[in-house]
Design a protein around this ligand. Sequence first.
Ligand code: SF4
Ligand code: SF4
Length: 227
Amino acid sequence: MIVADPKPFLQVKGYLEDFQKVLVVGCGTCTTVCLSGGEAEVQILASGLRIAFGKDGRKKTILEGCVQRQCDLEFIVPVLSQVEAEGIDAVVSLACGVGVNFLADRLGNIPIFPGLDTTFYGANMQQGLWAEMCAGCGSCIVAYTGGICPVARCSKHLLNGPCGGSEKGKCEVDPKNIDCVWQLIYDRLKRLGRLEDLRNLLPAKDWSTASDGGVRRSAREQLYDVK
Ligand code: SF4
Ligand code: SF4
């Protein structure tokens, strides 16, 4: 899933100083699951804003909403209608950056502000803890690394083995909390009886499929061309 963290409250409040009627809208998918942008977090942020502006002696209307996905037109149409019907001055989105962008493209002259900092594609390690697993490089190489991604999980994005800072299986960037991914890859390949794979040097990676290659698009006409 896409993982995102709440922005500092005062930063979000600061965005809204000049607006009277604000809609805080959450997303029912990734940011709900990572406990930063679902219905509950919308309520918490909206209540906090009402209280904080009230304490400042500023009367503002803070409305709440949450849609299943902010990255799908069919789900955001009601938000666009609500903004128009209720004369909303500004929107705060608790979706990932995809949702913020998708709404921004469709909100005309109504400003939108992010309530979250979108961080990475990650997995749930334990309750309340997520870790990065994929960087969306557009050309997956984990077939050669035992299914473990050095692009996302090596602190230096090294693709052909560990750096000199790998010690006792830990990464020098944060030995307490980060495993050296090349140790994980080695252990995994050993377990699979495929250590020989490490002798195959990966060619220089073609980053044109990653974010360096311009705005990416994905069209799906036919999943597999099986002949
Ligand atoms: S190699 Fe690229 S696509 Fe594959 S898991 Fe890593 S970042 Fe994601
Ligand atoms: S110690 Fe391992 S994970 Fe950390 S930067 Fe070096 S190779 Fe990458």
